[in-house]
Write a protein that binds this ligand. Structure first.
Ligand SMILES: Cc1ncc(C[n+]2csc(CCOP(=O)(O)OP(=O)(O)O)c2C)c(N)n1
Ligand SMILES: [Mg+2]
Length: 1025
């Protein structure tokens, strides 16, 4: 019996209107336990009415015991009831059940119907028929929510089995709502939160249930009621509930059939021609092709001109062929192992390559550019990369709202649920400097990941639950119902265009073969695959449907198949004439005009990076000012700005000012600069302060860097979310879009880069070799042993150096352009600058080079404020440039033949060495040379340095432990350039497991120990090398 009946009836009716959606959801939440579902009404907390009733009785006893909103609600209701002679006076005693009137029954039944409608909207998807195989529940649970009146309910209860269906409905209903058989044909007023009535305002209960079932429990399962925005919920309800929304013209059906033909016959063709090749076929989810094409068509219709796609292996070749429309013969060429690659680099397997294609969208007749971003095997790693590239394309087109450029991300079910980078990427989706204004996600939910059953692969009901964190609606759809899929995709595209928010389409499908074409799936999924073997392909099912309803004839269908088969055969014939494979043809981000027609750099020179003195002065002045009026900054910051003004006057720079000057001068030259990472606006070490905050007006900020010149390029500096993998991937993607930008990612401390290791290994280090794609991203990695413990000390230089591709054993040929050609040949540049001026130059060189390479910079911490770590304008003015090696220029350099030891080092340890040398008075005996560019190794300059001090012992000194830092990288290269004629001795900390000690004292003791060794001129005497 409904608890609501215990309430005064005037209060019950009001309750239904006033209960917030949140309240309703909270108290209707289904049990997700694996046990049997709870039956209702079992306790007083079964539904919202009993909750309200509890509130009401609690309030009667003590008005203070309930929240003040309830207090005011009951008070107001009481006042109204007291004024209305028809209502009982208040307070009243608890009315008896028998006092129920016809009117109150009517109100209660309406309340029940409203609850029923809402129950379907919230939980209908749990019973939707989503699995084409009909064996698994898409939400991994056979639980049937008690407040739904479903076919399964009807059959599930033994007491209902013998009843005719309408009675069974009421039997099930009566358990929860106390509706009766006689109510089935009664008309009910429909609430404003449903559109099932179309133009009608009332419907019979029977029709209400029928329409709710058809909207929420058939082949589409909608999850959206968690969205906090009523307008957005209404929008979705309208799109799916309105009667007759899912109708297609015969033209649309024929297009859909033709697209399915292409999707299926492409896989068949590959299977026939290369039966033993891996291709990660799409069989079982062929509908993905029409699905993606619908999203693109619909988006193009709404003004989108550029779509950037990211996707994993499954069906990728099919997408290239039938969505991007890459020439088929180029795809088929990839299957020919004998073809010789025309491009440098090691290349990649065919199902990882990217693509870029501009064409006319045949449905809308508008131009559209499609690019599929190349990706590694590492699932989901490409997600943030696609988002970064999309953001950049939007930025360069001035498309702040994402009306011209959008991204689509395709995912596998196991990877979408399992990979953390998916979550990191979702969290970027609504941040001002990272949003792409909505992404359409498509999940190929084949209910398996390699050999793993989803029940062992995730703890969430659906693989898509991660999307709920950003309030993205999730549309689950049975992939064997192509029309439902197409409808869902078109709503998804409209959603993205309307609300600029993410949306997920979950294609619940199956995988007809093993993980790849060579795998035997029966080993591990015997029952599933028995069913799959019986499964009629979707193309046949849909063709039969259209033939039966007269939309196409069998002959037309067969002709469509023959036509596409012919296209494939002809392309196959042409592919056999190809002699050379061009990886260049698979470039996802061409940079028009940057390279010459052959794809080579326009010159091979390393430009001078110094700038005129007046430009330095101007930047220094702006960097020390507050360009906005009436803007009150913190007094501590005023001091910092005064310091900058003072330095500018004295024509010196510290680290932060040098960086300012590098960025500012590039902005002047029209180069967009973007710096992103955790807390980069202020700088982790409070040295940067690129964003000034008004101390009196909330969120009033000023970025002086954008006030340098009227026609400068824009500067973006943005604090990121607390993510490395996602954000570094994003910035890499951003840098991919254009060569005319300096894109930098800074780690909070250098060692945090290891949570983004996949982006470093799979994209930054190897991207060009695999995909002939240049990328000029800069990584700023704070590094240095400062006694701050194992975790804040080392940016792990050894890891980057170990992946550098310059040959340690090849004695180089010193051509005139050795410096630049070495840069051109390397996979990335690794530097550790010891002076602000050199940091300034290397940042500028990065953009002025005629090609792009990733740049890894180990940046200092204590040097940011070190009185010696300053540079003068003289080291930055026109004519000066980056110094790969900084030679000794003290007394030792005056009489090099007298020098007993030449210490090579890099980075901050230089200052410790200089101090120690001075305290020991060894300036004439010991020379110190700094290696600023570690990789590619400056063989030429090191040779010169060593030859300049013929009688000196050569020492490599580093503050890092021996098995870390630079030693393993520099040692064989020294050997090569010294022709093994002179040893290079190691001085530094002993090998260790942790990068640094947690004990400050131990840190200082070990520092002293190795500095002592560095200046102990006898220590290597008699030792053999
Ligand atoms: C990060 C990562 N871990 C492991 C793998 C190995 N692997 C390749 S495919 C695959 C299963 C993927 O399942 P799912 O995401 O459901 O895609 P499907 O193959 O079913 O389309 C696995 C584990 C990988 N490629 N990337
Ligand atoms: Mg899967």
């Amino acid at each position: 019996m409904s608890q609501l009946r215990l309430l005064p009836s005037w209060l019950g009716a009001r309750a239904s209107r006033l209960l917030a959606p949140h309240d309703v959801q909270m108290f209707n939440r289904p049990s997700r336990s694996s046990g049997p579902p709870a039956t209702f009404p079992s306790g007083k907390r079964g539904g919202s009415s009993s909750y309200m009733e509890e509130m009401y009785f609690a309030w009667l006893e003590n008005p203070q015991s309930v929240h003040k909103s309830w207090d005011s609600f009951f008070r107001k209701a009481n006042e109204e009831a007291t004024c209305d002679p028809a209502q009982p006076p208040f307070p009243e005693t608890r009315p008896a059940v028998s006092s129920r009137t016809e009117t109150s029954k009517l109100v209660e039944d309406h309340l029940a119907v409203q609850s029923l409608i809402r129950a379907y909207q919230i939980r209908g998807h749990h019973v939707a028929q989503l699995d084409p195989l009909g064996i698994l529940d898409a939400d991994l649970d056979s639980f049937v929510p008690s407040d739904l009146i479903t076919t399964i309910d009807k059959l599930g209860e033994s007491s209902s089995l013998s009843l005719p269906s309408a009675a069974a409905v009421v039997c099930a209903a009566s358990a929860f709502y106390d509706l009766r058989e006689a109510d089935l044909d009664k008309e009910f007023q429909l609430p404003t939160t449903t559109f099932i009535g179309g133009s009608e305002h009332t419907l019979s209960l029977r029709e209400i249930i029928r329409r709710l079932e058809s909207t929420y429990c058939q082949h589409i399962g909608l999850e959206f009621m968690f969205i906090n925005d009523v307008e957005q919920c209404q929008w979705i309800r309208k799109k799916f509930e309105t009667p007759g929304v899912m109708q297609f013209s015969s033209e649309e059906k024929r297009t859909l059939l033709a697209r399915l033909v292409r999707s299926m016959r492409f896989e068949d063709f590959l299977a026939r021609k290369w039966s033993s090749e891996k291709r990660f076929g799409l069989e079982g989810c062929e509908v993905m092709i029409p699905a993606l094409k619908t999203i693109i068509d619909k988006s193009s219709e709404m003004g989108i001109e550029n779509v950037i796609l990211g996707m994993p292996h499954r069906g990728r070749l099919n997408v290239l062929a039938n969505v991007i429309r890459k020439d088929l013969e180029q795809i088929f060429c990839q299957f020919d192992p004998k073809l010789e690659a025309a491009d440098e680099g090691s290349g990649d397997v065919k199902y990882h390559l990217g693509m870029y294609h501009e064409r006319i969208n045949r449905v809308t007749n508008r131009n559209i550019t499609l690019s599929l971003v190349a990706n590694p095997s590492h699932l989901e790693a490409v997600d943030p990369v696609v988002q970064g590239k999309t953001k950049a394309e939007q930025f360069y087109r001035g498309d702040a709202q994402g009306k011209k450029v959008m991204s689509i991300l395709v995912h596998g079910d196991a990877a979408f649920a399992g990979q953390g980078v998916v979550y990191e990427t979702f969290h970027l989706s609504d941040l001002p400097s990272y949003t792409t204004n909505g992404t359409v996600h498509v999940v190929v939910n084949n209910q398996i990941g390699f050999t793993t059953d989803p029940r062992m692969a995730r703890s969430s009901p659906y693989p898509t639950d991660v999307a709920r964190v950003v309030n993205a609606p999730i549309f689950h759809v049975n992939a064997d119902d192509p029309e439902a899929v197409i409808y869902v995709c078109s709503v998804a595209a409209e959603w993205r265009n309307t609300f600029n928010k993410d949306v997920v389409v979950d294609l619940v499908c199956y995988r007809r073969r093993g993980h790849n074409e060579m795998d035997e799936p029966m080993f591990t999924q015997p029952l599933m695959y028995k069913q799959i073997h019986r499964q009629v392909p979707v193309l046949k099912k849909y063709a039969d449907k259209l033939i039966t309803e007269g939309t196409v004839t069998l002959q037309e269908f067969e002709e469509e198949i023959a036509k596409y088969d012919r296209i494939c055969e002809e392309a196959y014939g042409r592919s056999k004439d190809k002699k050379i494979l061009h990886i260049k043809h698979w470039l996802d981000s061409p940079w028009p005009g940057f390279f010459n027609v052959d794809g080579e750099p326009k010159s091979m020179t390393c430009p001078a990076t110094g700038i005129p003195e007046d430009v330095l002065t101007h930047i220094g002045e702006v960097a020390s000012s507050v360009p906005l009026e009436d803007f009150k900054i913190h007094t501590g910051l005023s001091r910092i700005l005064r310091g900058r003004a003072d330095m500018t006057k004295k024509q010196t720079v510290d680290w932060a000012l040098a960086e300012y000057m590098a960025f500012g001068s590039l902005l002047k030259e029209g180069i967009h600069v973007r710096l992103s990472g955790q807390d980069v606006e202020r700088g982790t070490f409070s040295h940067r302060h690129h964003v000034l905050h008004d101390q009196e007006v909330d969120r009033r900020t000023c970025v002086p860097m954008n006030h340098l010149w009227p026609d400068q390029a824009p500067y973006t500096v943005c604090n990121s979310s607390l993510s490395e993998y996602g954000v570094l991937g994003f910035e890499l993607g951003y840098a991919m879009a254009s060569p005319n930008a300096l894109v930098l990612w800074e780690a909070q401390f250098g060692d945090f880069h290891n949570t983004a290791q996949c982006i470093i290994d799979q994209f930054i280090s190897t991207g060009q070799a695999k995909w002939v794609r240049h990328n000029g991203i800069v990584l700023l990695l704070p590094h240095g042993m400062e006694g701050m413990g194992p975790e804040h000390s080392s940016a792990r230089p050894e890891r980057f150096l170990q992946m550098s591709n310059d040959d340690s054993d090849a004695y180089p040929v010193f051509t005139e352009d050795f410096e630049v050609s070495q840069l051109y040949d390397c996979n990335w540049i690794v530097v550790n600058c010891s002076t602000p001026a050199n940091y300034f130059h290397v940042l500028r060189r990065q953009v002025l080079l005629p090609f792009r390479k990733p740049l890894i910079i180990f940046t200092p911490k204590s040097l940011l404020r070190h009185p010696e770590a300053k540079s003068s304008f003289d080291q930055m003015v026109s004519g000066t440039s980056f110094q790969r090696v900084i030679s000794e220029d003290g007394p030792a350099a005056q009489a090099p033949e007298q020098v007993r030891r030449l210490i090579f080092c890099t980075g901050k340890v230089y200052y410790d060495l200089v101090k120690e040398r001075s305290s020991q008075g060894l300036e004439e005996q010991v020379a110190i040379t700094r290696l600023e560019q570690i990789s590619p190794f400056p063989f030429d300059l090191i040779k010169t340095e060593a030859e300049k001090y013929p009688g000196a012992e050569l020492v490599w000194c580093q503050e890092e432990h021996k098995n870390m830092g630079y030693y393993d990288y520099i040692s064989p290269r020294f050997m090569t350039i010294l022709s093994r004629a002179r040893p290079i001795w190691y001085v530094g900390r002993d090998p260790a497991a942790a990068p640094a000690t947690g004990n400050r004292n131990t840190h200082l003791v070990s520092l002293k120990k190795f500095l002592d060794t560095a200046f102990n001129l006898q220590v290597f005497e008699g030792k053999t090398f």
